[in-house]
Structures are given as C-alpha cells and as structure tokens.
Design a protein around this ligand. Structure first.
Ligand SMILES: CC(C)(COP(=O)(O)OP(=O)(O)OC[C@H]1O[C@@H](n2cnc3c(N)ncnc32)[C@H](O)[C@@H]1OP(=O)(O)O)[C@@H](O)C(=O)NCCC(=O)NCCS
Length: 154
C-alpha cells in the first residue's frame, strides 16, 4: 500500500463528491468545491491518495480563526490511522505557518453530537468542546463546536 497527502485540484472534485456522499450521505457539491478551489483565498483542501486513488480528504479555511470544513476517510480505510495522519498533517502545517509570519490563533469545527468516534479523535488532538449549535444539520441533529487553541508568541 502506498499513500500520500497532496493539495486537492479541480480534477479531484468528482472523486471527493463520491467520497463525501458515501461518508455523510451528502456532499458540499461541485459548485461549492469548485469555488473553494478557485476563488476562496482562505481555502486549503488536501486529499489522501492510497494506491493512487482518493480515499479521504480534509477541507479547511486557514485564517486567524481557522476552520475544518469537511473531513472523511473512506469506510474501507477507516480505523487504520489515516484520519490521525490527515489531522497531524494539518496541525503541522499550522505550526509551520505560525512559525513564519501568519498567526493562526485557533482551529474549530462542527461535529454531530452522535459522532462519538470523531469527537474522541478530535479530543485526542487537543480540541475541546465549546458550545452546541442547535438543529445545525438538515435532519435536525445538533452540532458540537470544538476548538483547539494555538500558542501565539509573537
Ligand atoms: C472520523 C474519521 C475521519 C476518522 O478517520 P479514521 O481514519 O477512521 O481514524 P483513525 O484510524 O486515524 O483514528 C481512529 C481514532 O478514532 C477514535 N475511535 C475509533 N473508533 C472509535 C470508537 N468506536 N469509539 C470512540 N472513538 C473511536 C480513537 O480516538 C482512534 O484513535 P486510536 O486508534 O489512537 O485509539 C472517519 O471515521 C470518517 O471519515 N468518518 C465519517 C465522516 C466523519 O464523521 N467525518 C468527521 C466529520 S466532523
């Protein structure tokens, strides 16, 4: 098995839509993903390739207050450490950016209250529960907002 993390391109959109739909039952959709990759200066999207196929991705907005927009690993490849690998990659990137001139103060995300696995994973990476967004999802489920703060020295 060979794998790599690389920046997402427009050519990856259809594969990501399929993966998101399998993982969440819905996708951000072609138009939004296309806009993210072409006109949103904050958007940083990365795909995980395993044996030359896209098997996961993480989409983020990198600002002073950064956000994880979407994140999945294909079911077949879950529980093998790939989710942790993508999160580590993102956190390393933020650390590098913060060592340079740009300052990212925190990273936040929304997660379904029932998604215990993802919540545990985020807690493992130092995210803490901030507050609840009532009826956040289309089916009425609440979201927990989780945040990780970064030390900003300069
Ligand atoms: C959440 C998700 C990205 C994690 O990816 P993954 O590759 O399966 O995760 P990893 O194998 O790297 O990490 C597994 C970690 O999840 C947690 N975990 C796994 N199974 C768990 C369970 N049954 N209960 C609680 N926590 C669990 C543990 O913290 C575990 O870390 P450990 O192996 O060190 O104990 C993946 O499950 C996924 O795509 N889910 C569907 C989409 C989704 O929910 N995305 C997040 C939206 S906010």
């Amino acid at each position: 098995m060979n794998y790599k993390i690389r920046q997402m391109t427009i050519d990856d959109i259809n594969d990501v839509i399929k993966g998101e739909s399998n993982a969440f039952g819905e996708s951000l959709g072609f138009d939004m993903l296309y806009q993210e990759l072409t006109i949103n200066p904050s958007a940083c999207y990365f795909v995980l390739e395993i044996d030359n196929k896209i098997r996961g991705y993480i989409g983020t907005w990198i600002n002073e207050n950064a956000e994880i927009v979407n994140f999945y690993i294909d079911k077949k490849y879950q529980n093998q450490g790939f989710g942790k690998m993508l999160l580590n990659f993102l956190l390393d990137l933020i650390e590098m950016v913060n060592e340079d001139s740009f300052r990212i103060k925190n990273l936040s995300l929304e997660v379904r209250v029932s998604n215990i696995k993802a919540i545990r994973l985020y807690e493992k990476f130092g995210f803490t529960k901030s507050h609840i967004r009532k009826n956040y999802y289309k089916d009425g489920e609440d979201a927990i907002v989780m945040i990780k703060d970064f030390e900003v020295n300069k």
